[in-house]
Write a new protein. Structure first.
Length: 448
């Protein structure tokens, strides 16, 4: 089985730097592409940092995966496969955000490498593009793979009994949510509060950073004095319009986004990269508004419990949650993209649901309760319906057909990829360092 390789390049930048402390050399060449000893060392450091064991054959496994990726890249170039600059930029930005989360922010990332985000992007753009080309080539190879029900059954029946996976308990939910109405008066109160903060900064000389720590309702930046390091396209349009209209150290007027009201101070800007401070004030409803929402949801619960209205009617009539209202209240698992939730996912995303439904049977409703939407940072009242709860069991064709089909399809794709690899090795220029010619590779990379 091939080593899972397509690890984010930016996540291994610091690891590569460590690996470069050894004497580097070319250990393999596929066409015009070379693989360095430091490339292997960087992957080994990642494995160690993940808490995994380094086996004696790991060097050979890593090298074979690197050779496979370069074989894909060679063919992608020959077949004139293309990826757009927009795809490369989006992939780069996603990877930068991941490493920022690990290293402690964009500023620390820039300090570590002694380069701006723009310089880092330019330096690694070709590397990211090559990775995307390899992935697109692999997708092309397996694009026409399909699998029949007979093949799925044959695949399942060939799995040894003691190797059939255990499927943990899975749950699915629907919800009806009533968020208190934010009135014009609530918005005015938030606007005026922020306008007063802005006045204290501009006219009274108060520190923007200190005011952000005291007043900002953005948990991600308030503790940092409201500081944000970003690139054009990361923030909502109204926010970036304000940022790019300012001169250095300028402070914007109060403006509104879907999150609430903001003021921004531009600290620095280089091309599309910028550093700023901001203060966010979110309009808050008055206490009476939550009481009104609670009364509505009590009525909804009574109507549902008595059977006077169906669940579908209740969602349409009472829910004002835009993310679930159009889908009959179904709550999608953001980790898997499926409607089913494992207990691990629930604990990570929405522990409130587990507490509400732990004692419920399939089809039961929770009583109306206070709900905090962590993603949108707002409170409401909700009723949750337990749609389904599976018990832990050995995978079977009746209950887990989609899962088994996916595994069977993956095996078929792997077979096609292996056949493709074998056919291309014979036509490619491949050179291996003497230290690696005795590796027990899955493929014969030294065909004569």
């Amino acid at each position: 089985m091939r080593l899972a390789f397509l690890i984010s390049v930016l996540l291994s930048l610091s690891l590569s730097a460590k690996a470069q402390t050894t004497v580097d050399k070319i250990v393999a060449q596929i066409g015009d592409n070379v693989i360095l000893l430091s490339d292997i060392q960087a992957q080994k450091i990642q494995i160690l940092q993940a808490g995994l064991e380094l086996t004696p054959e790991k060097d050979c496994q890593i090298l074979e995966e690197l050779m496979y990726q370069n074989l894909l890249l060679n063919q992608a170039i020959l077949d004139s496969i293309e990826v757009s600059d927009a795809q490369v930029d989006a992939e780069m930005e996603q990877r930068i955000r991941v490493i920022e989360g690990q290293i402690g922010g964009r500023q620390k990332l820039e300090e570590f490498y002694g380069k701006t985000i723009g310089d880092i992007k330019r330096e690694f753009k070709t590397v990211i593009k090559d990775q995307l080309l390899s992935k697109e080539m692999e997708r092309t190879i397996t694009a026409n793979v399909s699998i029949t029900p007979r093949e799925v059954r044959r695949f399942y029946e060939n799995i040894p009994l003691d190797s059939i996976p255990l499927i943990s308990s899975q749950l699915s939910f629907q919800q009806i949510v009533q968020y208190p109405e934010i009135t014009t008066k609530d918005k005015e109160r938030a606007f005026n509060k922020l306008a007063d903060i802005r006045k204290k900064i501009i006219k009274n000389g108060k520190s923007f950073s200190t005011q952000a720590r005291i007043h900002s309702m953005d948990p991600g930046s308030a503790t940092e004095g409201g500081k944000i390091n970003a690139t054009r396209g990361m923030m909502v349009p109204q926010f970036e319009a304000a940022v790019f209209s300012l001169d250095k150290n300028g402070i914007s007027d109060v403006f509104e986004t879907s999150y609430g009201y903001h003021i921004v101070q531009l600290l620095d800007r280089k091309g599309d990269d910028y550093s700023c401070r901001h203060i966010l004030i979110i309009p808050e409803f008055e206490f009476e508004a939550i009481a009104v929402a609670e009364k509505k949801m009590d009525s909804c619960y009574q109507l549902l419990s008595s059977g006077e209205i169906s669940w579908e009617e209740a969602v349409t009539r009472f829910s004002n949650d835009e993310t679930t209202r159009q889908n009959n209240g179904t709550i999608t698992n953001p980790i898997s993209g499926d409607i089913m939730w494992s207990m691990e996912d629930l604990n990570q995303v929405d522990q409130q649901i587990y507490l509400l439904t732990n004692s419920l049977e399939k089809g039961d409703l929770s009583t109306p309760s206070l709900y905090t939407n962590m993603m949108e940072r707002k409170e409401g009242i909700r009723i949750v319906k337990l749609v389904d709860r599976t018990v832990a069991h050995r995978a079977n064709l009746k209950d887990d057909y989609a899962l088994i089909k996916s595994a069977a399809e993956s095996e078929k794709k792997q077979k096609i990829v292996s056949e493709w690899t074998t056919s291309k090795i014979g036509n490619a220029y491949i050179r291996l360092d003497e230290d690696y010619k005795n590796c027990n590779f899955s493929n014969n990379w030294l065909q004569m």
